[in-house]
Design a protein. Structure first.
Ligand code: SF4
Length: 249
């Protein structure tokens, strides 16, 4: 198969699914998968990530297309009050908190990091409004460090397929890092997001059209646990009539 994926190292956790096959299919399905947020610098990506909490990437891109031409450096945001910035980002939801965090972290970057976005996950996570997922997105996309940011799509898809078997994002991230070769961490993150946005949606996964289906734990469970189709009353009556059984008046 094109886009052949090498297996992870010998000490990797051994999930029940064929990890190499799953990754190879994802690689073939989403060869151009990349970060959906628009940015030109690590700082713009950091701001876009903060704005993306409980907001679609599409809407964030609309907001940042207005925002970044006027404000796109820590010194620009540090000079704003949270209230002023909140007015600029109202469309993103949770805008008061997001504005406060962006202004605060801009001042911290100027005071402690010479206006630069730190490249370590640990330093990023000390900034206001920056959790592990945002830090992973920034280090993998802006600084090309291997990382798997577990958002709602990655969490759902990875645990459905069986690449992970975890109840929370951190455990999911750790398990994915065990079974996916390090060189593929960042790309696998994008593959899983794209798969979650297209075929493996939260409400109605399109298993019948999914190339992962032969390897997917969720799909296998659906086959074994799906109850027999319920018998509709009309069909029941027709069967009774065909067998000569009396029907109620
Ligand atoms: S088979 Fe279904 S549950 Fe499994 S990855 Fe594909 S769409 Fe998702």
């Amino acid at each position: 198969m094109a886009n052949a994926v090498a297996p992870a190292g010998p000490n990797a956790r051994q999930p029940d699914v064929n990890v190499t096959a799953v990754l190879s299919h994802l690689a073939a399905m989403y060869p151009d998968a990349r970060c959906a947020l628009n940015y030109t610098t690590p700082f713009e990506l950091l701001v876009a990530c903060i704005l993306s909490a409980q907001c679609t990437d599409k809407r964030v891109n609309i907001v940042t297309s207005r925002l970044f031409p006027r404000y796109n450096r820590p010194e620009h945001f540090a000079g704003l009050s949270p209230e002023e910035l909140a007015e600029e980002i109202r469309d993103c939801g949770l805008y008061r908190n997001k504005a406060r965090h962006i202004v605060q972290l801009s001042r911290i970057l100027l005071d402690q990091f010479d206006g630069q976005v730190p490249e370590s996950r640990e330093e990023l996570m000390e900034l206001p409004g920056v959790g592990r997922k945002t830090a992973n997105v920034v280090i993998s996309n802006a600084f090309e460090q291997p990382a798997i940011a577990v958002d709602t799509h990655v969490f759902r898809v990875a645990n459905r397929i069986g690449l992970a078997d975890a109840k929370d994002p951190l455990k999911t991230e750790q398990q994915l890092m065990e079974v996916i070769p390090r060189s593929l961490w960042s790309r696998a993150h994008h593959w899983l997001i794209h798969h979650g946005r297209t075929l493996c949606s939260a409400r109605s996964p399109q298993c019948h059209a999914c190339p992962i289906e032969p390897y997917c734990r969720y799909a296998a469970e659906q086959k074994t646990t799906s109850p027999a189709a319920p018998v509709r009353p009309a069909a029941k009556a027709a069967r009774k009539a065909a067998s000569g059984e009396a029907t109620a008046p």
